[in-house]
Design a protein around this ligand. Sequence first.
Ligand SMILES: [Zn+2]
Length: 498
Amino acid sequence: MRFDIKCMLLIAVSLCLYTPSVFAQHTVSRVEGSNRYEVAVNTAKRGWQEAPAVVLVGGDAYADALSAVPYAYQQGAPVLLTNAGSLSGAVKTGLQQLKTKRVTILGGTASISEKVVKQLKALNLSVSRIQGKNRYELAANVAKHMKSASAAVVVNGSAYADAVAIAPYAAKQGYPILLTDAKGLREETANLLKNKAVKRTIVIGGEASINKTAFQKLPSPVRISGANRYEVAAQIAKTYPMKTSQTFMSHGYAYADAAAAASIAAKQGQTLLLTDAQTVPDAIRKVIGAKQMSAFSVVGGTSTIQSNVITQLKNAVLGETIFIDPGHGAQDAGAVGNGLLEKNINLEVALKLRSRLHQAGALIVMSRTSDTFDSLQTRVSKGAQASADIFISIHANANDNSGANGTETYYDTTYAAAHSVKLAQQVQPRMVSALGTKDRGVKTAGFYVIKYSRMPSILLETGFVTSPIDASILKSTAAKDRLASGIATGVSNYFDVK
Ligand SMILES: [Zn+2]
């Protein structure tokens, strides 16, 4: 801001220190294993002390694994996977540990061979098999073994990943998961729906997966779709809510792990969401933020879900929408001094902050991302439109006296003052230590953007471009990197303690 000091001295008030007392960091646990078979066994052991009944599917029979979840739920059974040719070692040990007595195999001998059956019988287990001549018939046959239900889930048999997130809900409701293909409604599925007198169907996937003709043939269909599987999963979580006290997360492309995750999520009545290997997708962040989820169980090893995802899940900023407003722009240069234009510093810091906060798990909306200009009113309304959780306006300072220097954070008392001051108290000391500037403290002032933004909002004065000391710091890319990291840490901590 230009000419800030004079008017601000009149209204600036020093505030007592806010001391964070309660830390409410997200909690995250992980169920892993050296391969998909072990992941499924370890997941089952997490949910079942003993499992007299187990449902076993082939390790590569992903579509079968999905249909297995509601059936297994009715049997009180976890879903385990095995190699087709030979019983996987992890499963053999797992069956013994779970004191299993009965195993139901889903799929033909191509997905689980007769050799596996022999191996199971050698363990004194009673073994039965449900099969079909293809995945569509298998899903229908599995449904025949379930209690009748008023509704069913229908999904494309080759795009079943879209439906993973609904499996816990379907299981809980007793809805079978049936398959069809892109060409139309499969006969196997149509017959089952008729024979079981199913009255409603939940269709997962867009028209490319289940076309209009197939859709119209279904009883009272409702369609859930999205641009990708993460959007679909988020949509499912919103439309068919499950508990969120311990949300399960599995990899969007590791179907085997997802079946195990769906199986335990169903048992515990919890939401299942999908993630990328390296980062929590934005659509998933949104639903996490909207539902205020803070405890997660990740199903999958470090090769499928990397440690960065765990770090994001632990961060209380995950799913929060942060509005970043780089002050000034275009014809409005803001403060000028020592060869610096404030608008450029503001934008540089804002872009660095955006990348760090997004990396941390937040959703970011900015008033500008290049050298453009918005009125103060527009900035405020953009923040409101974004339903931002917090508003951060980034500025640099100026003064006629080149001796004036240092970093300060402003908030306004009109709206959300209690939270704004907490946010300011988290950010201010981290800016100072990142830049090594003089600490001018946290102050109040009725600057337009923080006065009229209704969410917790702060305005940062990073340093004085008119001060030779501050200007040399603000010219340094390394200093601006540290500054952005410091602000991001302050923001994360704010969500931890708020
Ligand atoms: Zn400014």
